[in-house]
Design a protein around this ligand. Sequence first.
Ligand code: IPE
Ligand code: IPE
Ligand code: MG
Length: 249
Amino acid sequence: MAFFKAKSKDKAGTVDLEHLPRHIAIIMDGNGRWAKKRGLPRTAGHKVGAEVFRTIATYCKDLGVEYLTVYAFSTENWKRPKEEVDTIMGLLKRYLLEAIDTMAKDNIRLRFLGDLTSLPRELQDLAAQTNAISETLNGFQANVCVNYGGRDELVNAAKAFAQDCVAGKYVPEQLREAQFEQYLSSAGLPDPDLLIRPGGEQRISNFLLWQCAYAEFVFTDTLWPDFKKEDLDAAIIEFQRRHRRYGGI
Ligand code: IPE
Ligand code: IPE
Ligand code: MG
């Protein structure tokens, strides 16, 4: 059995590489508070948060995790000041441009979950380019949730299914869970095994409501810009101690 030495000082243990979560989801929270604590504008927290995302995504890939899904911008985050929203969109654009240059070399697939139609046109075009590149690859997959809301996703899925019924493709009575999943923006992805929320809040904030039905939750007070590989190790170790029963015994 392969073991990986965890470097975490306070959480003794090792990551068992044979029993990794196949899919990790992260609510990247705490950027604003991280910046405030340092007397910086909230946008500074988002910039560091974007760097941490790069580090943690690479680390997941190196460990052998197959899928990482991160919550970058929710359907509710439009309520924030324009300057903050613009900064987040700018960081996203930078990441997309970088990804277009490097993902084939690194064999990293990138997918966006959420309603991209209300994003700036330029971002939509860049996302289409990264999608096209992803189709040629077969490696680790990073999913970035942008303008994503679990309820919005479910309502859109219900609408699309209803339209297919009207078109005579299906009858409502025949709908099954596996078929409904095909209408979600996560279609084709396995459900997350582990959901990590840094930043101290213990809530789901409209993230992957359907998909997290049996995810193991790990909450940590560490703010996202301070999140290190060791914090990921600690969350995986915690996950590996859990007993998943799925309603059984
Ligand atoms: C998460 O950090 C990033 C986004 C929601 C876009 P926050 O910006 O929510 O940071 P806090 O929670 O205010 O500290
Ligand atoms: C959740 O964080 C959304 C993202 C991390 C993108 P929020 O900061 O928006 O969540 P609440 O408002 O604390 O629930
Ligand atoms: Mg927050």
